[in-house]
Design a protein around this ligand. Sequence first.
Ligand SMILES: CC/C=C\C/C=C\C/C=C\C/C=C\C/C=C\C/C=C\CCC(=O)SCCNC(=O)CCNC(=O)[C@H](O)C(C)(C)COP(=O)(O)OP(=O)(O)OC[C@H]1O[C@@H](n2cnc3c(N)ncnc32)[C@H](O)[C@@H]1OP(=O)(O)O
Ligand SMILES: CCCCCCCCCCCCCCCCCC(=O)OC[C@@H](O)COP(=O)(O)O
Length: 368
Amino acid sequence: MGLLRLLKTQFLCHLIICYVFLVSGIIINFLQLCTLPLWGINKQLARRVNCRLAYCISSQMVAMLEWWSGTECSLYTDPESYKLYGKENAIVILNHNFEVDFLCGWTFCERFGVLGSSKVLAKQELAYMPVIGWMWYFLEIVFCKRKWEEDRRTVAQSLQRLQDYPENFWFLLYCEGTRFTEKKHKISMEVAEKKGLPKLKYHLLPRTKGFCVTAQNLRGKVTAVYDSTLNFRNNQTPTLLGMLNGKKYHADLYVRRIPLDSVPEDESECAAWLHKLYQEKDEFQEQYSQTGRFPGPIVTPPRRPWALINWLFWVGLLVCPLCMLVLQLIYSGSAFTVVSTVVLCLTGTEEGKEEGGGKEGGAKSHYC
Ligand SMILES: CC/C=C\C/C=C\C/C=C\C/C=C\C/C=C\C/C=C\CCC(=O)SCCNC(=O)CCNC(=O)[C@H](O)C(C)(C)COP(=O)(O)OP(=O)(O)OC[C@H]1O[C@@H](n2cnc3c(N)ncnc32)[C@H](O)[C@@H]1OP(=O)(O)O
Ligand SMILES: CCCCCCCCCCCCCCCCCC(=O)OC[C@@H](O)COP(=O)(O)O
């Protein structure tokens, strides 16, 4: 094992990375809070500033994927559509099978220059999460309680506010509403059967209301739907901890650009359109499982240096005070404190190795 690879598996490195992420995140959250008075004076400027601040947080996780773990991301799409990515507002529909699929999504956002402004229809609970959740509040992320009686009005209102958003954005929708598990799949296929809909093998039955309300309220602002289907090579099951351990994965994303004009405006027709789309997505996944590839030509949008530069900046800024703290601990702490800290780090390293490496090449269930 090379020295760098060994370093990446060390718990101490993981501690430092998490420390930098959390402390920089809190500092950025605080800076976002300081922009509050600006919203009353110049709302568009406040939004632009918040996009840049948000970039400083989310790009750290992207840097971990791109530069630390070295994960590769290939895009299957047609060259005509490729030219438009990052230059227009779009609704992105993505399958939800992996712990890190949101992070792969962010990586593509980064490569097409829309990371700071990217949006999602997220469950309300995430709004209370320090760093990311608080960052989302200032990014005008749309939250839902997954109770349609309440969401119908609040989601539509939040979407309407995006009509004059000053930056290009991609609005991510996990129409399945939750991450795929065999149990959830079984239940949702029972619902499909009751509704007389064809069964899906690789997806849960999509929830249509969120998509229909999004398409309805972003019409005029958004020009296309990016139907995106993600999978990983060699049956990999990527995890955040695996990436933190420096494990390299290879993501394949198939994207079809569909003009929003071709999505029906009528609610029930829109729902039927989405069900049909998921049947097609299921076929793409079937093709991937049979052949190991999606249809169409492959391009690999290049990674950009900005995420790494931002990360190195925060590491430089925050690791010096940490070193001082550690030195202080060594000088002033008892032998017991020092020894127990070292033991804790070593134990963490061993557990991290198991988590990060243990799943490598592990058999996956049939769906991905
Ligand atoms: C070029 C590159 C292209 C792309 C790059 C890719 C991506 C990058 C893009 C952007 C990145 C941006 C950000 C990413 C960062 C982070 C993301 C992280 C986290 C967010 C994840 C979440 O939080 S997911 C959870 C929240 N979101 C959703 O739930 C969305 C989907 N849900 C809906 O739309 C729902 O309808 C709802 C939430 C609006 C309302 O929910 P509710 O439950 O109240 O109503 P439903 O309509 O769903 O339920 C009633 C109807 O559903 C039927 N039913 C019952 N059981 C089931 C079941 N198990 N499955 C399916 N359907 C079921 C029931 O019968 C009712 O049917 P009716 O016919 O009567 O309506
Ligand atoms: C630089 C890197 C530092 C790494 C430090 C690690 C910090 C960890 C940060 C975690 C960030 C999480 C971002 C939010 C993504 C949440 C995805 C998610 O929660 O999806 C919810 C869905 O699945 C539906 O949930 P359920 O239906 O199960 O309810």
